[in-house]
Design a protein around this ligand. Structure first.
Ligand code: ZN
Length: 445
């Protein structure tokens, strides 16, 4: 699968999307999804506030116009328009003057990371607060006169939660899911990196013709969005074979891989193979029921195995959930490297066919089909080199040997140590030569 995505194209979208205030609901999410429509034909779906979805309820739409704390002379010390992390997400409206000691319990700052504005939300209980740097906290603390505190927000009970969906039908109805979350305000790795990786991954798939499998891309607010989507698509989602939660994959650190709850599912094997094929040893994060929306997709009612490829995984980097997770930390070039990994995984999952030999009784004669180097002696002398060289002849002989309808291409890759893409190419040649047939009905289970 080829990509036409350039790092500077990703950079341009990073700059455009970064300032937008996103949350569980609101126009920031609509704007984000509309911008993504410049990359892929995303369908935007609205779920009305107040409607129940399993054990949850779609929240009222949160609208925030402004938020600030003014010092006694009327100047803003804290200004939402400068950074949308300043207001605790889903803060209720407030407008009053108060002395610092009364305000202090409402202020969130990080002793350990004094330059950072932390990211905090109060989605499911009506509350309010501000997030500030340590320096700002200390400045506010220095005023003995009352401070003017304002959060100009409202809750729209007739609002909605928006999600984005793109279904790419394949030649078969075997279907995979790619999910990412769109509820985080101005933070680049968590999760603009995931949003853009998923969008460009979908574009690559669309540009490569009809895939074998069907692919479903969804852009949802974390937790409630995934739950709402499952609720509204329960039957189809129960048929999903597996998938990827695309998150925190644009940092500077090494690539990582969070395993699915099964640990050695097709999804896990495809990711391991993709890393092996690029000679990259990822940081491995065994499954735990924390993290992102795998918690919903893999829950007992669905049990969809979901894994993630990360680069500075959530929880693991010092800028996590702060204003320092910004465009100095994340670049298009870094995201593109993760996109390459995701693309390879999608290719493996999509093209993982079983093959059956058409001449299973003894080896077929390769020479007469121009599949064997004509100078026999050279093969014997180079035999050792060939077998460690990921050579084409090795791929031909392994593939023919395991073309029994019991081994898919990924299993042949694992067994032979050969790159998936090499086997994929050779399989195409063997099909052309009439030596094997793909057993499409037996796409891996
Ligand atoms: Zn997060």
């Amino acid at each position: 699968m080829n990509t036409n995505t350039h790092a500077n194209e990703i950079d341009a979208f990073l700059r455009q999307l970064f300032p937008i205030p996103r949350s569980l609901t609101g126009d920031g999410n609509r704007d984000t999804l509309r911008i993504l429509q410049e990359i892929i034909p995303l369908e935007i779906i609205e779920y009305p506030s107040g409607t129940p979805v399993y054990d949850w309820t779609i929240p009222d739409e949160w609208i925030i116009h402004d938020a600030y704390i003014k010092k006694p002379n009327g100047e803003r010390v804290i200004d939402y328009s400068e950074c949308n992390l300043h207001a605790v997400g889903y803060s209720m409206p407030i407008n009053k003057t108060m002395v610092f000691d009364d305000l202090a319990p409402r202020l969130h700052m990080l002793e350990s990371n004094p330059e950072a504005i932390p990211y905090r939300t109060t989605y499911y209980s009506r509350d309010w607060g501000f997030c500030v740097t340590k320096k700002q906290y200390e400045e506010l603390e220095s005023f003995s006169d009352p401070l003017e505190v304002c959060i100009d927000s409202e809750f729209d009970t007739n609002g909605a939660m928006v999600i984005g969906e793109l279904q790419i039908p394949g030649e078969t109805d075997k279907e995979f899911l790619v999910s990412t979350y769109v509820c985080h305000p101005s933070m680049a790795n968590d999760n603009l990196s995931g949003i853009l990786t998923a969008a460009f991954l979908a574009r690559d798939l669309l540009q490569n013709g009809t895939p074998r499998c069907s692919w479903r891309f969804i852009f949802v607010p974390e937790t409630i969005g995934a739950i709402a989507y499952l609720y509204h698509n329960e039957t189809e989602m129960k048929g999903i074979r597996g998938g990827l939660v695309v998150t925190t994959c644009g940092g500077r650190g090494p690539l990582g891989f969070k395993e699915s709850y099964l640990g050695n599912d097709l999804i896990d094997r495809a990711i391991r193979q993709a890393f092996k094929d690029r000679s990259i040893e990822p940081i491995c994060y065994p499954f735990a029921p924390d993290g992102s929306d795998e918690r919903q997709y893999s829950s007992p009612g669905f049990r969809i195995p979901m894994a993630s490829i990360t680069r500075d995984k959530y929880y693991e980097y010092s800028q996590y959930h702060t204003s320092l997770d910004n465009l100095e930390f994340v670049t298009g070039k870094q995201i593109k490297e993760s996109l390459n990994m995701y693309r390879d995984v999608v290719n493996i999952l999509d093209q993982n066919l079983f093959y059956c030999s058409t001449t299973p009784y003894g080896e077929p004669q390769l020479g007469k089909r121009n599949l064997y180097p004509s100078t026999g002696g050279a093969i014997n002398q180079q035999g050792a080199a060939v077998s460690t060289n990921h050579g084409e002849l090795d791929a031909i002989t392994w593939l023919l040997f395991l073309a029994d309808g019991e081994h898919d291409l990924l299993a042949i890759s694992e067994r032979s140590g050969l790159r998936f893409s090499v086997l994929q190419q050779v399989a195409g040649r063997l099909v052309e030569a009439g030596l094997v047939e793909s057993v499409s009905a037996r796409l891996t289970v």
